[in-house]
Design a binder for this molecule. Structure first.
Ligand code: MSP
Length: 527
């Protein structure tokens, strides 16, 4: 049983509808998953929902629904999003599932037995309205509490804590010894800076069931439920356990699951990449490794951290209406236009800014006039001048194509998805320029130029074929449509990278009819 490349997204809170930020993270993860499959690896990609905790309990109460009904309803929307985004995920986890509770219990029991957990009363200031303890940092300079906290009362509460300090030194050493553990480097420096300058406080991993009932009860103290972050992080190993992965089952003392999903068992853990947003790095790069280490499980290989999207330079916010609805964009412009814009516009790391003008201008310039026009001209001319029959191979653009393939492969290995798209578009531009330079429509008028026209046409359609393969991880539907117009059936398996070699189109092969890939659109206000 070979270890699969295991990649995850953060799991989203079921307390509202999905937005651009959630969609972006999923698209990024999907592209990395597809790229690894394209290059011949066995991949397992999981996304899902974080359904417990106060945020969800409050959101359900606000709608007068019990939390489970509320989550079940919202889960349909999130599952639909995964479909609309064309995700190639192999599993979808919800933290309210029985398979998850079993693994959370196993980890908690192990940590309890090893002395990593202890209970203690805590006295502090508590915001009744926000249902949270406040710290001195939350106080106004004059000592008062901001009205947003509502009534603030002193409260004493018994809770369960996870001893953190004993883990600080090895974690620092681990991050130092593994430069790619936290990516990009600026985030790694941020975490190291924090760990070197502050002593880790023990983590409160419970909430009294009397004030928060929507959670997984502690196995050794059922009057408390598990802190939602402890619960949520565990999802990454739940999935592995549920698919029968011995790397998780053995250390946690769990039996092999009877579920058909575990037949045959898969080797998933440790995760190769957790893709997350910058706001949740401390949970993934500090608490999660400590939880795993304390439970005797290996650490993930990489925490890949992306930035946050804004729109028109302002925070995304439902209340001010500054939002981008990914579903509406996909409905109006097509899935691949959405995937292309978010991947091309923003590298994994910095923050991004969505503008409708930027979206539409990339659509028209790069998708419609760039890629779409190239394919259209190539297929159209081959049909018009050669009845759609591919002439003898010629390799004038082969060096440009192989440069694009090499650059794309290398950039994909570094998770530089934006750079890889730039490398692919170098070939799009090169091939479009080749049309301008060779002027096939003029060659066609002179029968003495027939051999030259054959060469030009071959180079154009073969470049388009290679572009379709390179685009497969990014724009899967566009890739299929390009191949379709070239008369090539969709590849039988995802391991398509070997097809990037020049010369795949054979003399005599017949292409299909041209169809616009990305119909040009007038600039217009977006939904
Ligand atoms: N439930 C937790 C994650 C638990 S993972 C074990 C959570 N959920 S969330 O719904 O608030 O966020 C899910 C992901 O979306 C996070 O990685 C977060 O960074 C990302 N984004 C939320 N808003 C975002 C933007 N505006 N831009 C980009 N990504 C953003 O946190």
């Amino acid at each position: 049983m070979g270890k699969r490349f295991y990649i995850t997204t953060a799991i989203d809170y079921t307390n509202g509808a999905p937005h651009l930020g959630h969609a972006y993270e999923k698209v990024v993860t999907d592209v990395i998953a597809r790229a690894h499959r394209a290059m011949g690896e066995e991949v397992f990609f999981v996304t899902g929902l974080d359904e417990h905790g106060q945020k969800v309990q409050q959101a359900a109460a606000a709608e007068g629904k019990d939390p489970m009904t509320y989550c079940d309803e919202l889960a349909l929307q999130w599952l639909a999003l995964a479909k609309d985004l064309g995700l190639s995920n192999d599993d979808f986890i919800r933290t309210t599932e029985a398979r998850h509770k079993a693994v959370v219990h196993a980890i908690l029991s192990k940590l309890h037995a090893s002395g990593d957990l202890y209970s203690q009363p805590y006295q502090g200031w508590y915001s009744v309205k926000e249902e949270t303890f406040l710290t001195e940092k939350d106080r106004n300079p004059n000592g008062s509490w901001d009205p947003k906290w509502g009534q603030v009362i002193p409260l004493t509460e018994e809770n369960w804590y996870f001893r953190m300090a004993r883990h600080q030194d090895w974690l620092v050493a681990h991050i130092e010894a593994n430069p790619s553990f936290i990516a990009p480097a600026c985030r790694r420096n941020e975490v190291l800076g924090f760990l070197r300058s502050e002593k880790l406080a023990d983590l409160c991993i419970s909430r009294p069931a009397s004030r928060l009932s929507w959670g997984i009860p502690l196995p050794f103290a059922p009057d408390w439920v598990t802190y939602v972050w402890f619960d949520a992080l565990t999802n990454y190993v739940t999935v592995a356990a549920d698919h029968g992965d011995p790397a998780v089952l053995h250390p946690l003392g769990l039996p092999a699951p009877a579920s058909p999903m575990a037949q045959p068992p898969l080797a998933l853990w440790p995760a190769d990449i957790h893709v997350i947003g910058k706001d949740i790095i401390k949970f993934h790069a500090v608490y999660w490794p400590i939880m795993l280490h304390a439970a005797g499980l290996p650490l993930p290989l990489q925490i890949l951290t992306h930035g946050w999207w804004q729109k028109d330079g302002q925070k995304l916010s439902k209340s001010t209406g500054n939002v981008v609805d990914p579903i509406a964009v996909i409905r109006d412009w097509g899935l691949d236009a959405f995937r292309y814009y978010v991947l091309r516009e923003l590298a994994i790391g910095p923050d991004g800014n969505w503008t409708d003008e930027g979206f539409q201008s990339r659509y028209n310039a790069e998708l419609a006039n760039g890629l779409g026009n190239l394919l259209n001209r190539a297929v159209n001319m081959l049909n018009k001048y050669r009845d759609g029959i591919v002439p003898a191979p010629s390799d004038e653009l082969a060096p440009d194509a192989s440069r694009a393939v090499e650059n794309t492969s290398q950039l994909l290995r570094q998770n530089d998805l934006q750079g890889a798209l730039v490398a692919i578009w170098d070939l799009v531009s090169r091939a479009n320029l080749y049309v301008e330079q060779t002027q096939p429509f003029k060659l066609a008028k002179d029968s003495a130029q027939a051999p030259r026209l054959d060469q030009v046409l071959y180079n154009l359609v073969e470049s388009c074929r290679i572009l379709a393969i390179l685009l497969a991880p990014f724009l899967p539907d566009t890739s299929r449509r390009i191949l379709g117009q070239l008369g090539i059936p969709a590849p039988a398996h995802p391991h398509v990278w070997p097809l990037t070699a020049w010369g795949g189109l054979q003399r005599g092969h017949k292409v299909a009819a041209p169809q616009p890939l990305f119909p040009r659109k007038d600039l217009k206000p977006m939904a």
